[in-house]
Design a protein around this ligand. Structure first.
Ligand SMILES: [Zn+2]
Length: 333
């Protein structure tokens, strides 16, 4: 059973439909549980899942950021082109660069590899080296490995570089101190941007036909049945470029504005963020959190079903009945 939320309601539906697994977007457990109290709202769900042997798997931000994730389903509906990611995500990496006399390169490189540096995907021992010349002038207090204090030295050196995980910076420094011949080895750590992977939060793209904000509203509110949608900005404004982030996109407002979007479609916008967007001249359509995610998650279910079929798995996918916790109040529209 697929559901947006893992809660008592959807778990009870999974039990009544004899589901073996509840696959949700939002996780059941947001904060670590110290104990399971079967009288608490979460504990009741856990107890039901255990009694009925129903596995719970929640995709959440993985699916938000995935190439064919929730935002992509909305972009496809809007027929966006030139799609780019608003906020790229991916593993953080660090590049280590150091300059070593030629005869010490091998030893240092091997020691760094042994410590776990230089791993790229399934490849280990990845590095690059290039030759050049280093210069230094050791003052009278120094004990240089090459040359004498009080003289300008010019030494053939190798620039050795490799990537590592951020947690490896300190161990790599210790290895450097042990295996680099210099008293003061030159070492740089560069923080690397996530590589272009097609994954990240939020999207921006161009509409094939320029529309008005009102036309986009009519399209999306009907598609998503987003009854509590709210607009910041002018309904008559023209939209050529549109950014979107299903769920809570408040943190991406600045990036949406910088992306050149005329309209940002998202949810959970706070008052001061709305004011900021207004001042920045960015129209924001808040379609709520539930509606676009439920839509995207159902589309994901269709993709999953066909992938399972291709893989030869016989799995029946059913959808929980769910409603937005927010109701439009009569007279508010
Ligand atoms: Zn969400």
């Amino acid at each position: 059973m697929l559901a947006l939320d893992a809660n008592l309601d959807t778990m009870q539906q999974a039990v009544s439909k004899n589901a073996g697994m509840l696959l949700t977007h939002h996780p059941l457990i947001f904060k670590p549980l110290g104990r399971i109290d079967t009288q608490s709202p979460i504990g009741k769900v856990v107890a039901l899942s255990l009694e009925n042997r129903i596995a719970v798997y929640s995709a959440h931000t993985n699916l938000d950021a995935a190439r064919r994730g929730i935002n992509r389903t909305l972009a496809d509906h809007l027929n966006l082109k030139n799609i780019q990611i608003l906020c790229r995500t991916g593993p953080e990496r660090v590049k280590l660069v150091t300059f070593v006399p030629r005869e010490s390169v091998e030893e240092l490189r091997d020691a760094l590899f042994a410590a776990g540096a230089g791993t790229v995907g399934a490849y280990t021992c990845c590095s690059f080296s290039s030759e050049g010349a280093g210069t230094f002038y050791g003052t009278q207090e120094t004990r240089p490995a090459v040359g004498e204090p009080g003289g300008l030295e010019r030494v053939p050196e190798v620039r050795l570089e490799m990537v590592l995980d951020p947690g490896m910076v300190n161990p790599a420094l210790m290895v450097l101190r042990d295996h680099h011949p210099y008293e003061e080895p030159a070492v740089d750590f560069y923080s690397l941007l996530p590589a272009e992977s097609g994954e990240g939060l939020g999207l921006v793209g161009d509409l094939r036909l320029e529309s008005t904000v009102e036309e986009v509203i009519l399209d999306l509110v009907t598609l998503l049945d987003a009854r509590t949608a709210r607009l910041v900005g002018d309904k008559e404004a023209r939209v050529k470029r549109l950014a979107l982030c299903a769920g809570s996109g408040g943190s991406l407002l600045e990036l949406a504005a910088e992306s050149g979007a005329d309209l940002f479609v998202t949810g959970d916008i706070k008052y001061h963020d709305a004011r900021g967007a207004q001042e920045a001249g960015l129209a924001v359509l808040d379609v709520g959190h539930f509606a676009p995610e439920r839509y995207g998650f159902e589309k994901f279910g269709v993709t999953l079903e066909s992938e399972l079929k291709i893989a030869g798995a016989e799995v029946e996918i059913i959808y929980a009945q769910e409603k937005d916790p927010f109701l439009a109040v009569p007279g508010s529209q």
